[in-house]
Design a protein around this ligand. Structure first.
Ligand code: ZN
Length: 718
């Protein structure tokens, strides 16, 4: 229950960072897209209005010192334990839904609010000591969360309630069934000694997982190059503070994804690309390889003890796919379908490399494909991704996206003054229903990199939605933590088209949380099966490929009447299609590696993990270099374990969902379809089966066809 939830918090999506920007204040303060200005009383007005709708709006007090972090944790655990004690005592008296499952949902929701907040503090606090304290607190919290599932008294109360054979329906029925399933999965149905052992293993696993993650976060490697060595890398990148570190010295942090990718995509010298990639693929190797073996061994042991063939079967039981074989079958089907397209793409890169090097025997290596894919975009499709940045100044993109989401979801955003901001540039927005004015939630934006901050893009649930005992509804609070390129002197933050896609994606997660109507926190917001949670956001990525959508905000910041020329968008689409084979085969290589590790590595042979991982990656995509250990720097190993397949799985659903907008009268702006999306998918969360929600939105059964067509894969079996 809580243990899984907490691990999910660090999930989210990928990319990376550095540096605090000073010129945030230069950006326009007022937003055009129907937004209210910041007002002193705006937050108070929002709160008062919420009360009239029977909603509760709260903002948490963020911990800003080591002492506060520690006392928050202590207080939270003490309160949660007291709550559990009360539930546990219930089994001797009369057991009710409210006294067992209802109280459990509320107790965990309260505890989770602290964990969610501390997870945000851990990733965003400007104070290294506070981040460290939050990391420690979360470790302790996870251990507590694992242990709480073993509380016999609470289990006894739930079982006693189930034994009354209550007649439940809908969300309540689902809650009872899933809580009982949780207890079975935690081993409570096992003999005492086995159960105790599983509990010990899981605690150990949680500890190892946190260490592994922290090694990934802390891993750093800087490489220094001369300007000549970085030939081909854009000027704007090289001139950034932090990159240019000497008269003819440029420093690349290979652990900072945007720096790493810029070099791989642009550096003309193969040796430079190779060095950067090889160092990247060794990040955290020494620290994490020993942990990897222990983690996989423990996972296998736990799964077997609980009666599952593998950790993958155990993990996938609660997802849409239901078991490892189904997930594996799905990936293999895509892998086969993409074989022709993938081979022809690599062949085209090989011809480019032969032409560039004059070496007829040249092979396409792992450090080559991004470079030649980029070259291909520039030559064949005349797309220079860097040149597109002028159309995407951050503030315009943000306002444009706000405007679209406000329209399709029927909501309004208003910027309000946060009572606390962890760094100066943090912003807070209040979300209301457009038709009724009902306050729906609040979201923070922390959008630019800085030292010690989370390296990727993710939404952190700070307070989850929930119907409270008195009938009022606690509206959610989330934080969007991103790492867009910071503004530089004389130039605003300019996003790549991919950054724009990421923003539309991440903000989709924020909306998923914000629009919830689920009664129980367990089912609220984006607490849906992990192989579904990305689908609505991946669907929203389709928006940034639509001319009408882009024209509604994208314009050259130096000459705002200049829109993206239609031929460039067409070329960009063609260029994206041109590398779907590589994109998905690479993704499938991670998905298959992940399933291989979690179906084939046992506690007895955990030493094979590295070799198995590298072999799978090399077979499905391009050969891993000598000494590579990407599996030691694989953030998805903890929290998304046996779940990477979910990206492609959800992508297939996303393509299916997008067809509804594509066929609607107003396309991606269609208000009617948007309302249906809000009602059938976002508002219900996990309060009913995901497949039911998807089919209600689609108005038909699911289909893989739109996805296969989109990526140029052959029909199944073809
Ligand atoms: Zn995502």
């Amino acid at each position: 229950m809580v243990a899984m939830k907490l691990l999910m918090l660090a999930g989210g999506c990928w990319v990376s960072v550095l540096l605090v920007c000073s010129s945030m204040a230069d950006q326009p303060d007022s937003l055009s897209a129907g937004l209210l200005p910041v007002g002193d009383g705006a937050l108070e007005e929002f709160r008062a209005r919420a009360t009239r709708f029977g909603n509760v709006v709260t903002l948490p007090a963020y911990e800003t010192s080591v002492a506060e972090v520690r006392s928050s944790l202590e207080r939270t655990l003490a309160e949660a334990n007291a709550g559990l004690d009360r539930i546990g005592q219930g089994r001797t008296g009369e057991v009710t839904f409210a006294g067992t499952l209802g109280a459990l949902d509320e107790t965990l929701w309260r505890a989770n609010a602290t964990a969610g907040r501390l997870a945000l503090v851990k990733e965003t606090s400007p104070d290294a000591g506070v981040r460290e304290a939050a990391t420690e607190a979360l470790k302790a919290y996870q251990e507590w969360a694992v242990a709480l599932e073993y509380r016999e008294d609470v289990y006894g109360a739930v079982r006693a309630y189930a034994a009354t054979r209550p007649v439940l329906a809908g969300e309540e029925e689902k809650l009872l069934a899933e809580v009982l399933r949780d207890y079975r999965r935690a081993g409570l149905a096992l003999p005492r000694a086995d159960r105790d052992e599983v509990e010990r293993w899981r605690k150990e696993l949680a500890r190892l997982g946190t260490d592994y993650e922290s090694h990934v976060t802390k891993a750093q490697q800087a490489l220094r190059f001369s300007r000549a060595e970085l030939a081909g890398v854009p000027e704007s990148f090289l001139e950034r503070p932090g990159i240019k570190t000497g008269a003819d010295e440029y420093t690349i942090q290979v652990n900072v994804t945007w720096q790493y990718l810029t070099v791989l995509e642009n550096a003309e010298l193969e040796g430079v690309r190779q060095r950067v990639l090889v160092e990247h693929h060794r990040l955290a190797k020494e620290a994490n390889l020993p942990l990897l073996g222990q983690i996989l061994g423990l996972r296998h042991a736990i799964a077997r003890r609980l009666g599952y063939a593998s950790w993958a079967d155990y993990q996938i039981e609660v997802k849409m796919a239901r078991d490892a074989a189904t997930a594996m079958g799905f990936l293999r089907e895509l892998q086969a379908g993409l074989e022709g397209k993938f081979r022809s793409e690599v062949e085209e890169f090989r011809r480019l490399k032969v032409a560039a090097t004059g070496d007829a025997g040249a092979r396409v290596e792992l450090w080559d494909w991004r470079y030649f894919a980029n070259q291909l975009k520039k030559s064949k499709y005349s797309v220079d991704a860097e040149q597109l940045r002028v159309f995407f100044p951050y503030q315009r993109v943000l306002e444009g996206m706000f405007s679209i989401y406000q329209r399709i979801f029927g909501v309004r955003f208003a910027r309000v003054e946060p009572p606390h901001r962890w760094v100066a540039e943090v912003q807070l927005y209040a979300v209301s229903d457009a038709a009724t004015g009902e306050p729906l939630g609040l979201f923070y934006l922390d959008m630019f990199p800085r030292e010690g901050k989370y390296h990727h893009f993710a939404v952190f649930p700070v307070i989850e939605g929930k119907r409270l005992r008195d009938g009022s509804y606690q509206r959610p609070v989330v934080a969007l933590v991103c790492n867009f390129p910071p503004p530089s002197p004389g130039q605003p933050s300019l996003l790549s088209h991919q950054d724009v896609e990421t923003l539309f994606h991440e903000f989709g997660h924020a909306m998923h949380n914000m629009l919830t109507r689920a009664a129980f926190a367990r089912f609220a917001g984006s607490n849906v099966p992990r192989d579904f949670v990305e689908a609505p956001s991946q669907m929203l990525e389709h928006w940034v490929w639509d001319k009408r959508v882009l024209d509604s905000f994208a314009a050259d910041y130096r000459e705002p009447t200049r829109k993206i020329p239609p031929e460039i968008l067409a070329q960009l689409k063609a260029a994206k299609f041109a590398t779907y084979g590589c994109h998905y085969r690479r993704q499938l290589s991670f998905g298959l590696m992940d399933l291989a590790l979690h179906t084939r590595v046992t506690e007895a042979d955990s030493g094979v993990a590295l070799e198995l991982a590298n072999r799978t990656l090399s077979e499905v995509f391009l050969a891993q270099p000598e000494g590579a250990a990407l599996v030691a720097y694989f953030g998805h190993l903890v929290g998304y374990d046996a779940g990477y397949y979910g990206y492609a799985w959800a992508d297939a659903i996303a393509a299916d969902l997008a067809t509804v907008f594509e066929q609607a009268p107003d396309g991606y702006f269609d208000v009617g379809v948007g309302q249906r999306l809000r009602a059938e998918i976002y508002a219900v969360g996990d309060s009913r089966d995901a497949t039911v929600s998807i089919e209600k939105f689609l108005g038909r059964g699911r289909s893989l066809e739109p996805f296969l067509r989109k990526i140029g894969a052959g029909a199944p079996g073809g």
